[in-house]
Design a protein around this ligand. Structure first.
Ligand code: ADP
Length: 714
């Protein structure tokens, strides 16, 4: 340690001297003006305290040659208690004693109080600037020399100097304040900017959310709009291919098959889009039910067999081992696996596709492993995004929508699980679905459902309708009202069993997603048991699962909401209706209808009646009678208009029409009528026999033949 100067405090003016010297030393050591003031003030304040409390003291200025060097000022007094060791804790106003010391500690870098029997020393330190040159003996001598040159100032000069320093400090303070105000304003501006940005972000997020909602709504609306015409194309092309309306030439068959294929492709896309939109909109409901993985595999095996187009790929379902009964949505799990297997078969040219199940904690892991082309790591996450398809040699040959995997992922998440893939290019891929064994929140005990009340109408054909939704059930009842069918309702599978134990329906309409129950097993049972095997089952559901339905023995498949005409056509095709010919009478006069029925009684015909033109056209479309007997004067429109409507609709255009009128002359006046009808009968017959003869003759002309069984009843 190298001392520069030692001063003794005995009189009040010594405090002023200490201050002057402290400033000179600070200046000589190269401290900035502000630091010079700080040092001078700190030292003089401490010196004043020493003088006031102890009336004596000694100040030593020295430099510690550290790097950077430190100016140390030691202020020592023999009195023990001239400084409070807790001076730093005192607030300046708490007591006069220590107020100076307390102020000093804030101005310096170092500050210590050392007490001993010899007295108390306050050590204050101020560090040189970082770039200050190293402390040398030469420099010390030079400074001592310069200090000796500077004579102490008079008290007046000292006060003047102190005033100048005060002014400088005030100026500095003003500048600082200005800077602070400026900074504050800048901060305020920045804050305002940030707030505005946040508001903008919120707005953007809001419009994004709205756009997303709109997209979802658009997709689901459009998909619904597409579905109806597509379903019509699919069912009509099937009618054509089933030769329901006569034979097709080879060329026509080829064309209709193309139409059907294109419609099927579009239908796949629309269904995927709709499913995706529904899941995204949170509208997809989970219908948990109990089922075994082995049953699921068995169904999938049947359903996916048609996809095995070449023999070089083996589709293997491993027998599940030690997997408990699952309580989750079987339809959705099947949909996920179907997507995985369909993809695996598409992207595998040889080897095998292996489907397996294992348990992992409270999850079941359903894995589909293939030996196909594989997916490179960069694309393994992307394929789960909407519409992403990876370009490959096979991609151009196979058809797809790029929606299967995103949908699978969403469905798995809906069930509380997830999907993942591991894959190596050229080796193969394994897609896994992790599904909770019990769907969180599943309640598998369905609430008891009161059995619907019905009474068998022996004149109608019973159709068992298994549907848990009352409104839908009501819709079917409305659809079949006035037809030759009677709805026998069942809201649970148990109720359906009870109905089947008492009668044999002509057909069954089966909903798949009944509350808490899945009807797939029921469907398989129906097609396996001898007494129910021959009953045609039409599966009607919201999930497009036609393949699974057909694989389990359904005769037909319809997607909700069902079109009335489509349903009745399907029923008419499937239910043979005892092969009886159906005659439709369109006449507003009940007496005329009664007479005709009398003339027809005893013959093997079913008779349907319509009291006006609109009802007549409707019945003709849904029941497709073999012959129509039409009156020319009807309350709502003329018979000629009805005839035109019948002839212009493809379903009814070929049904033969017999006119039955009280004004045959009016019929003669209608242009082209004769060419559109079989014949015109007159209601004005003198005898019943003539009327019956004419009617029978007209029916035979219409192509209806029957075995005569004795005389006709009166
Ligand atoms: P796509 O209808 O095209 O099959 P997906 O969403 O099901 O749509 O699949 C997206 C893409 O992921 C496919 O187009 C294909 O490139 C790739 N991919 C899916 N499964 C496999 C697989 N097992 N092997 C190789 N590539 C696959």
């Amino acid at each position: 340690m190298t001392s520069l100067l030692t001063l003794t405090i005995r009189y009040e003016q010594d405090v002023v001297l200490v201050r002057q010297r402290a400033r000179q030393i600070a200046e000589l050591l190269g401290f900035e003006a502000q630091d010079q003031t700080r040092i001078a003030t700190a030292v003089s304040e401490a010196a004043r305290d020493a003088f006031l409390s102890a009336a004596e003291g000694r100040v030593v200025f020295e430099v510690a040659p550290t790097s950077p060097p430190v100016l140390l000022i030691r202020l020592h007094s023999h009195a023990v208690a001239w400084v409070n060791p807790n001076a730093e804790l005192l607030s300046p106003s708490s007591s006069d004693q220590g107020a100076g010391i307390n102020g000093s500690r804030r101005l310096m870098d170092q500050f210590q109080i050392e007490s001993s029997a010899q007295g108390t020393t306050v050590v204050m330190g101020k560090q040189f600037a970082a770039q200050a040159p190293a402390w040398t003996e030469d420099r010390r001598r030079q400074i001592i020399h310069e200090l000796a040159q500077r004579s102490p100032q008079s008290p007046f000069e000292a006060v003047q100097q102190q005033n100048q320093e005060l002014l400088q400090a005030l100026e500095e303070l003003r500048k600082r304040e200005e800077e602070l105000t400026y900074l504050n304003r800048e901060l305020e501006d920045t804050n305002r900017g940030v707030v505005a940005l946040y508001a903008e972000l919120d707005e953007k997020a809001d419009s994004l959310r709205r756009a997303n909602e709109l997209k979802t709504r658009f997709l689901s609306n459009m998909s619904h709009e597409f579905r109806t015409p597509l379903n019509s194309i699919l069912s009509l092309s099937r009618l054509l291919l089933d030769r329901c309306d006569g034979d097709l030439t080879g060329e026509q068959e080829k064309q209709v098959t193309f139409i059907r294929k294109a419609a099927e492709g579009l239908s796949d896309l629309v269904n995927d889009l709709l499913d995706l939109a529904k899941v995204e909109a949170g509208k997809t409901q989970v219908h948990p039910a109990q089922f075994e993985v082995s049953e699921l595999f068995a169904t999938l095996r049947g359903m996916l067999r048609p996809l095995l187009t070449h023999n070089s790929v083996n589709l293997v379902f491993e027998e599940p081992n030690d997997i408990p009964t699952l309580v989750t949505d079987e339809g959705k799990v099947a949909q996920i696996l179907r997507n995985f297997v369909a993809n695996a078969l598409k992207y595998t040219e040889q080897g095998e596709v292996r489907v397996s199940a294992r348990r992992q904690g409270d999850m079941v892991v359903l894995a589909v492993a293939d030996t196909g082309i594989g997916i490179d790591p960069a694309n393994q996450e992307r394929i789960f995004e909407d519409f992403v398809q990876i370009d490959s040699s096979l991609q151009r040959r196979v058809k797809g929508t790029g929606l299967g995997l995103p949908l699978s992922r969403k469905l798995a998440e809906l069930l509380g699980g997830s999907v993942s893939v591991s894959s190596e290019v050229g080796v193969g891929s394994t897609f896994s679905a992790y599904i909770p064994i019990v769907y969180p929140g599943a309640s598998i005990v369905p609430a008891p459902v009161a059995p619907p009340i019905w009474q068998l109408d022996t004149h109608k054909l019973p159709i068992l309708v298994i549907e848990d939704n009352e409104e839908t059930l009501f819709t079917y009842e409305k659809y079949l009202e006035g037809t030759s069918y009677q709805v026998i309702p069942a809201r649970t599978l148990e109720q359906a069993q009870q109905v089947l134990a008492t009668l044999k329906p002509k057909a069954i309409l089966l909903d798949i997603l009944l509350a808490g129950q899945s009807s797939w097993m029921f469907l398989s049972d129906l097609s396996q048991q001898a007494d129910t095997q021959t009953i045609p089952v039409i599966v009607i559901t919201v999930v497009d699962n036609e393949k699974q339905a057909i694989a389990r023995g359904a005769a037909a498949f319809l997607i909700k909401p069902v079109d009335r005409l489509l349903l009745l056509n399907r029923l008419n095709t499937l239910v043979r209706r005892d092969q009886r010919d159906v005659i439709l009478l369109i006449d507003d006069d009940p007496v005329a209808r009664y007479l005709l029925k009398q003339y027809l009684s005893g013959l093997p015909f079913s008779v349907l009646e319509a009291g006006d033109g609109a009802e007549g056209v409707r019945l003709a479309q849904v029941e497709r009678p073999h012959v129509i007997i039409l009156d020319l004067v009807l309350p709502d429109c003329s018979g000629v208009e009805v005839l035109n409507q019948l002839k212009s609709h493809f379903i009814t255009s070929s049904i033969p029409v017999i006119i039955n009128t009280s004004q045959p002359a009016a019929a003669d006046a209608v242009p082209n009528l004769a060419s559109q009808v079989i014949t015109v009968l007159s209601k004005e017959n003198r005898s019943k026999e003539v009327a019956i003869d004419n009617l029978h003759h007209a029916l035979r002309q219409a192509g209806i033949h029957w075995e005569a069984k004795g005389t006709i009843n009166e």
